[in-house]
Design a binder for this molecule. Sequence first.
Ligand SMILES: Cc1cc2nc3c(=O)[nH]c(=O)nc-3n(C[C@H](O)[C@H](O)[C@H](O)COP(=O)(O)OP(=O)(O)OC[C@H]3O[C@@H](n4cnc5c(N)ncnc54)[C@H](O)[C@@H]3O)c2cc1C
Length: 451
Amino acid sequence: MVSSTNPNFKQLRVAVIGGGLGGLSAAVALRRAGHLVEIYERRDFNVEVGASISCAANGTQWLREWEVDIPDMKPVILMKLVMRDWETGRILNQYNLDKYEEEWGNVYNMLHRQDMHATLLKTATSPEGKGTPCIVKIDHICETVDSEAGTVTFKNGVTIKADIIIGADGIRSVVRGQIGVVPDMKSAPQTCYRLNVKKSVVDELGLVKYSYEPAIQFWGGLQGKNGRSKYYKIVMSPCSDGEIVSFYCKYHSYIGNFYSFMPTELTKHHEEGFTFAEVPVSDVIAGRYDELDPDCVNLLKNSVDRMPWRLYVHQPYDRWFAGNTCILGDAAHPMMPHQSQGACQAIEDAAALGIIFSDKYNFTTDVTAGLAMYQTIRKPRATRVQSASARATENLNERIGFTSLTPHDASLAAAEGKLTINEMNSYKMHNHVATEVDKLGGGMGPTIAAM
Ligand SMILES: Cc1cc2nc3c(=O)[nH]c(=O)nc-3n(C[C@H](O)[C@H](O)[C@H](O)COP(=O)(O)OP(=O)(O)OC[C@H]3O[C@@H](n4cnc5c(N)ncnc54)[C@H](O)[C@@H]3O)c2cc1C
């Protein structure tokens, strides 16, 4: 039992369905809040995808609050976002991040997805750190959820009971269907390939040196010359793989992680999600890639681990919870990857659950009311990011950072309803929850004045 000065606080049994970045974040947040968490994952964790993931200040903030060992994730700290011309590679715009930490209180981390996952898993299950270590059960494929009875049944015949059930089971969420949400989704007009280029290859072939920069570099993503589709886009970022010598970009095996996008009608790959089979370079540089900056083509031609990633566009769902069950991360708000915010938004979802079900409030005595509060806090913000991600699919100028090149740009962008770096990074979730709880008239508010 946890000790708390709030006499109404109850330790809850939490079942997290899905052990991806969102599910593990929720597990850590709720462990820290004093609950007993079990994570149920359909497979083992050896198939985590080797791709980069950027964790902006709004995600990093919570990793720090939960005392996650961020250096263990081997971060590369990003110093700029660079927009390049598709054909020449000339720099069109640049957003400098050298004052980012000073301004927003946290750095902009570029991580390897596997490293991020491994550290979150370690944090969730470690005997060290605040709270009871979470328990992980693999080979548990969720089939049904009864959100009134609080039970989950798995394909292996096991049924469990929990006080809160969190569906963190990704874009094809079973839990979402079980709470009656029917997604309005369609195949995206754009398909993605993930690929890596090794540092040694860049050195051997004398390829472009900006590959070493701690920056995200973009080519395309805008309507191009002679009607070239806006769906062509390259996103290149440094990603550590193995040893790290310093925080700043001393990655060893891989230097560059690429996401290469093209119009879906040109792809040969129509399976959903990541396919774990390597594809030839010719599949990746099909169509108008013959017009792409030769330096960038050269990097792509010397890439390894080329894998397709089919994308889907989802409209916002009408609700995120029923009874004692909620959805989180890609299960709740799948988004196009063009704001690099999917995982950060999942982390924010987890943070909201951790705050709402902490001993600051009385929601542990009424889980459904707590989940209604979770939806109130998270759905509007995540929906804004979701729609801004869809807009950035067609126009790179909509990406957070490029909307805020100067303070003047940022205020114009904000006036037009675009997502700005200020909106993302100056948000104060603790205050937001306190304000919304106040509106309930004290029923769920702090019971002790000092809280
Ligand atoms: C190309 C690309 C680039 C991206 N880059 C970034 C970025 O730079 N920054 C960023 O913040 N985000 C980025 N994202 C988004 C980010 O990857 C996702 O939003 C995030 O990983 C979602 O995490 P999740 O835990 O919600 O879902 P998932 O990672 O899909 O995890 C779901 C988990 O649930 C398990 N599961 C599924 N069904 C069941 C079941 N029935 N029973 C039990 N377990 C089940 C799965 O095996 C999986 O482990 C990117 C996405 C793409 C496509």
